[in-house]
Ligand binder design. Structure first.
Ligand code: ADP
Ligand code: MG
Length: 621
């Protein structure tokens, strides 16, 4: 269902499907249409032009009805092309799967054979096969199928090789399954979509090849019509009676084009990477569509978010991922943003530099100011210069943010050279210095390492070094230590803490761990369901959490040496931000909730310690 929806969202694929559908329908009903016999000659009526009496598309050099020949010919061409694709796809895929699954010598022998087939120009090979078997449609079909087998074998082998090494195949082997069973139940379903894609993109090609053989007189034999032989017979009258070649020509064009458009659409719709992200590439900068007023600058901090709202518009649904969030951070200060996963922390962070993917992301309100300058309506070129140079990011998983094929030194140097013109020697020096500053031992040799040669902790240090590369004023760290073990985490935290003291960095530190907040942050904002529910200094919040959510979140943290106590998980799940309940989003999970909690907007109130709750655990000052 979603497959069809995705397929038809692609206009060209839909057009292809419609054209192909009409042609298929026509050739299916051809035998019951009131057509003349396609093979009956009538030399008296030779070369009649289209729209003549009794011959809608005219007649050919033997006076045969062109409409009838066209429809019957299309039937033959389509059938041969599709059968050839099925045969080539089945045999080629079987060869590819066997070669890829068994590997080693089997693979070598099979693939060298396939390579030998591939070494011939395919049309020569097809001609040789037909010459050996004799002309005729069936032999042309065999020839076209045979020359396309290597294509499928190569394609499918490549996919299979990467699958055969995966754990689920090992697991199947450990479970005692035989080779045939593994191939049929484990491998085949996984390569099936590749096979379908390869077939749908090559059917058109095979129809052309069959037509080519028939054109040369090696395919369908007179009087039987197929599109290629119709073209071949009309060749000598190309100038005097062009309609005899134009008509089959247009049909070939329509068939091949519609199949290719549809095939491309099928490929896009089946590709899981394209399926999730619609068929669009995100823009370079998040779409900003601020309906209401832009809040006036309240001149707080170096980075200042005021009533920022970011939504995802997916079909008819609107996900309010970030809902009127106000935050600021001063130079040399560390602001913690804490909340369960899905509470909107990352989207808040990405909105700052316009990095939320659009579509579907839209910033729908508020302002983000860096040193008083609104980043949301900044021209892209200027924003790009600020990215990394003034505001830098550290992400959670350094293995996915570092390029796997470049040495870490080169990636560091690239981060610098994007923003500053510096000589190569100076770049080398800076890269080594950066690695030293994040306490990587032997930086001189480490810069020549690839990301996979480093441990998780080392990679995260490289991530931090990259963020520091241009001496930014603000660093936004999105759960940078979540993937690390506690000892490495402690080292990274103390490193960040030193850096901010030495360089006066402002840090926005996103986490779901109160332990980390206690170690590093001066102030904390607690997020829930896309909103800030509590905000204050770390000491205030840790000592006297006011919002029941904050209190429950802290009760989830085990204390080392704190004696045995029951860890209180918060019941229920975080809300889905596409239909938030009115009032407090936490009310359904809160044991203090009353009628009033679900009645309407609850304001974030207080002085330095603010809370969005009408029954706070503690009164805030
Ligand atoms: P977290 O607090 O764990 O970092 P996020 O900020 O990543 O949470 O996500 C907040 C909400 O936004 C979630 O409900 C998530 O489903 C939604 N969301 C995030 N990214 C996208 C996206 N690219 N498309 C649609 N929804 C998204
Ligand atoms: Mg996140």
């Amino acid at each position: 269902m979603t497959f069809l929806k995705l397929l038809f969202r692609n206009r060209l694929a839909a057009l292809g499907a419609v054209v192909l559908g009409i042609i298929l329908l026509l050739v299916i009903v051809t035998p019951i249409l009131p057509l003349q016999d396609p093979d009956v000659t009538n030399t008296a009526d030779r070369f009649m032009t289209p729209f003549s009496d009794g011959h809608l598309l005219g007649t050919d050099h033997l006076g045969r009805d062109l409409l009838s020949r066209l429809l019957y010919g299309t039937r033959v061409s389509l059938a041969v092309g599709i059968f050839a694709a099925l045969i080539a796809g089945t045999i080629g895929s079987a060869i590819g799967i066997v070669a890829g699954y068994f590997g080693g010598r089997t693979d070598n022998i099979i693939m060298r054979g396939v390579d030998m087939l591939m070494a011939f120009p395919y049309i020569l090979l097809a001609l040789a096969i037909v010459a050996a078997l004799g002309p005729g449609l069936f032999n042309a079909l065999i020839a076209v199928a045979a020359v396309n087998i290597p294509f499928f074998a190569r394609n499918i082998r490549g996919v299979t090789v990467s699958l055969a090494g995966r754990e689920f195949i090992d697991a199947a082997r450990l479970a005692g399954m035989g080779h045939t069973r593994i191939i049929l139940t484990e491998l085949l379903p996984n390569v099936l979509s590749t096979i379908v894609i390869a077939m749908s993109t090559t059917v058109g090609w095979m129809i052309l090849e069959t037509a080519g053989l028939s054109f040369l007189g090696l395919g369908s034999q007179p009087p039987q019509a197929d599109l290629g032989s119709m073209l071949g017979e009309a060749r000598s009258q190309l100038i005097t009676d062009p309609h005899t070649s134009i008509i089959p020509g247009i049909m070939i064009f329509l068939i091949v084009m519609s199949i290719n458009l549809l095939g491309d659409g099928v490929r896009d719709a089946l590709d899981p990477r394209l399926r999730s992200g619609a068929l669009t590439r995100p823009r370079a900068q998040t779409l900003v569509n601020r309906g209401g007023d832009v809040p006036a600058d309240d001149r707080k901090g170096i980075l200042n978010l005021q009533r920022l709202s970011t939504q995802f518009h997916i079909g008819p649904r609107i996900y309010k991922a970030v809902n009127e969030v106000s935050l600021y951070v001063n130079p040399g200060e560390c602001l913690g943003v804490i909340g369960e996963s899905g509470s909107g922390k990352s989207v808040t962070a990405l909105s700052v530099m316009g990095l939320v993917p659009s579509p579907p992301g839209v910033v729908t309100g508020g302002a983000v100011r860096y040193e008083g300058e609104d980043l949301l309506d900044m021209p892209f070129e200027r924003l790009r210069q600020k990215r990394g140079d003034n505001v830098a990011y550290i992400f959670q998983d350094p293995l996915s943010t570092l390029h796997p094929l470049y040495r870490v030194g080169d990636q560091l140097k690239e981060a610098i050279s994007v923003h500053h013109k510096v000589s190569d020697k100076e770049l080398d020096r800076r890269a080594i210095e950066l690695l030293k500053s994040v306490r990587i031992p032997n930086p001189e040799s480490r810069i020549r390492n690839y990301p996979h040669e480093m441990s998780g902790g080392m990679r995260q240090r490289v991530g931090i070094a990259m963020a520091l590369a241009n001496d930014p004023e603000v660093i936004i760290a999105d759960e940078p230590t979540t993937a690390l073990d506690v000892t490495v985490q402690a080292q990274i935290l103390s490193l960040l803490d030193d850096l901010r003291r030495e360089r006066g960095l402002a840090i926005v530190f996103i986490t779901h761990d109160f332990g980390v907040v206690a170690q590093l942050c001066d102030r904390v904002a607690v997020m829930y369901g896309g909103r800030i529910v509590e905000e204050g200094t770390t000491a205030d919040i840790l000592d006297k959490p006011a919002h029941p959510y904050t209190a429950r979140l802290m009760a989830c943290v085990p204390e080392l040496g704190g004696g045995k106590r029951e860890l209180a998980a918060i019941p229920g799940l975080p809300p889905i931000v596409s239909d938030l309940p009115p009032g407090c989003a936490f009310a359904p999970r809160c044991d203090k909730a009353t009628e009033a909690c679900t009645q309407g907007e609850i304001a974030l109130e207080g002085g330095t310690h603010k809370v969005r709750c009408i029954h706070p655990e503690e009164e805030v000052a």
